[in-house]
Design a protein around this ligand. Structure first.
Ligand SMILES: NC(=O)c1ccc[n+]([C@@H]2O[C@H](COP(=O)([O-])OP(=O)(O)OC[C@H]3O[C@@H](n4cnc5c(N)ncnc54)[C@H](O)[C@@H]3O)[C@@H](O)[C@H]2O)c1
Length: 501
């Protein structure tokens, strides 16, 4: 029998106890992995181990797929009316809302997120996502198509069956919501792998999945490493679709595994190096705040982070001065994610800390100027100061590789044509932000930039009803909105003959 772990929170922001099951969640039960094994969960604010939880292997993925397949064929899929699927999703959202503080506390503990922000953005956002897809569950409809005088056809949007879902560490709950919401609304069953370094909220959610009344096997959660559990999901012959969020490097492996196994449908949400383009006529204070949010939100660990900030020459000095003040304010409010005064927490892990500090060194040695920050903050945990590099050019590693940390690179430009060319000079295409009071120009530039999401006079706030995904090497397919439903259904065309022949 797998164990449980109880964490006692005695913090300014949250006091209480939260218990989680530390095993794998397969077929509606918590089980030990077939071959045993655990992984330490580390608190990024201190660098200390919180607890250990189970990690599975391929054998556990096989068991989870069996459970998911059985559920699909008996209690879910085409056997469960959409209205009922919607009711269960709404129930799950209600339960999550009742436990909002517990989930926000776990996310802050495990990922280092600022508690108050995790509450609103990560957990609040997940609740909204589940409710949004609950509403779609009984509205998955096909079309009727007239073909000939005595014939017509109609389409059915059928679920794939068992889908695999692989989630990253930067938004563990939110990415889980983006995935399970549309998959369940459309009638699929799920084998999901959280990131092995941030599994706590996924494990906690498994309790609410039972309490909400989802039949056993509809959602299975197999924690584990990418090269074992992740790979087993991507290679599994009975998984018909995989939704992956993570790095472009691993995204390629997911596609390859599909090609070499059963040609499962693959959707990918990958990395980015998104431009924030600021024209001379931008509303300065509003722009500064959004640009800072665009790069420093979640300690820069956001796929849509506006990490390349292009500023037109006429506003450059004024922007830099005010942007520096905002970043300095964050530096002063860096610390304990549970303190009500904190606005900036740690990076998620030692590995990410080292990676980001490596890029900062690279920037320093490569000719860019550290205008602010550039050092670790404090001497425990994985904190990095909000950092601003100036004197950057597009040949530097820091301006074209995804850093995934609180590091802004600022580049001056002269004309609209020039900035469009510079901003598009990347293999990524996830997002872009444009700031100008000339709305025609804002829209024109948003259209010209090669990215799946464009924000004009705001930055990187996804909306549940609006599709999200990448151009170029930032991804394939869309999550969120009605568009996500298409990625979880396959279309069957049924031809009917009503004539005598
Ligand atoms: N586009 C988006 O929506 C979006 C959202 C969040 C994060 N991201 C991207 O995610 C990356 C950061 O997350 P990360 O470090 O967790 O990424 P990662 O690619 O290292 O890991 C993502 C997930 O894939 C798993 N994985 C690793 N190797 C695997 C393999 N061979 N087969 C199958 N699964 C495997 C990991 O265990 C983890 O669960 C960044 O590049 C970021 O831009 C993208």
């Amino acid at each position: 029998m797998p164990g449980t772990y109880t964490h006692k929170f005695d913090t300014p922001a949250y006091k209480g106890e939260v218990t989680i099951n530390t095993g794998l969640f397969i077929g509606g039960k918590w089980v030990d992995p077939v071959e045993g094994g655990t992984i330490d969960v580390v608190n990024p604010a201190t660098g200390k181990v919180i607890t250990a939880v189970s990690v599975g292997t391929k054998q556990d993925v096989d068991l989870a797929v069996d459970a998911a397949k059985k559920a699909y064929k008996t209690t879910w899929g085409l056997h469960c009316p959409g209205a009922q699927r919607g009711r269960l999703l709404n129930k799950l959202a209600d339960l999550l809302e009742q436990h909002l503080d517990e989930f926000a506390a776990l996310e802050a503990l495990d990922v280092g997120k600022v508690f108050v922000k995790a509450r609103v953005s990560d957990i609040g956002g997940t609740i909204a996502t589940l409710r949004y897809y609950a509403g779609w569950a009984d509205k998955v409809q096909g079309k009727t198509i007239e073909t000939r005088e005595t014939k017509f056809a109609y389409t059915r949007h059928e679920p794939y069956g068992v889908v695999g879902q692989i989630v990253p560490w930067n938004f563990p709950m939110a990415m889980m919501g983006w995935k399970i919401g549309p998959a369940l609304a459309t009638g699929n069953t799920i084998v999901l792998k959280p990131s092995e370094i941030t599994p706590l909220t996924a494990l906690k959610l498994s309790e609410l999945i039972i309490e909400a009344g989802f039949p056993p096997g509809v959602v299975n959660i197999v924690n584990g490493y990418g090269h074992t559990v992740g790979q087993a999901i991507t290679e599994h012959p009975l998984i018909e679709k995989v939704a992956f969020t993570g790095s472009t490097l691993v995204g390629r492996k997911v596609l390859k595994a599909s090609a070499e196994s059963n040609l499962k449908v693959v959707t990918l949400e990958l990395g980015g190096k998104s431009p924030t383009v600021i024209f001379d006529d931008a509303a300065l204070d509003q722009t500064v705040n959004w640009a800072a949010f665009g790069i420093f939100f979640n300690m820069g660990q956001a796929c849509t982070a506006g990490s390349r900030i292009f500023v037109q020459e006429g506003i450059y000095d004024a922007f830099l001065e005010k942007f520096t003040v905002v970043a300095k304010g964050l530096t002063q409010k860096t610390g304990d994610p549970f303190s009500p005064d904190t606005e900036h927490g740690p990076q998620v892990s030692q590995i990410q800390f080292d990676r980001v500090m490596g890029y900062i060194d690279e920037g320093k040695n490569g000719g860019a100027k550290v205008h602010l920050g550039g050092e670790r903050h404090g001497n425990e945990g994985f904190f990095i100061q909000p950092t601003i590099f100036t004197d950057c050019n597009l040949d530097m590693k820091i301006t074209h590789e995804e850093i995934f940390g609180p590091v802004a690179t600022i580049i001056k430009f002269k004309t609209e044509e020039e900035v469009i060319e510079m901003a598009n000079n990347t293999t990524y295409g996830l997002a872009c932000n444009v700031f100008t009071q000339n709305i025609s120009r804002g829209i024109r530039v948003a259209h010209a930039l090669e990215a799946g999401s464009a924000w004009v006079n705001n930055a990187q706030v996804p909306e549940v009803g609006v599709p999200f995904g990448g151009y170029k090497q930032s991804g394939i397919g869309r999550e969120l909105g009605e568009y996500a439903l298409d990625t979880y259904t396959q279309v069957k065309a049924v031809h009917i003959n009503i004539g005598p022949n």
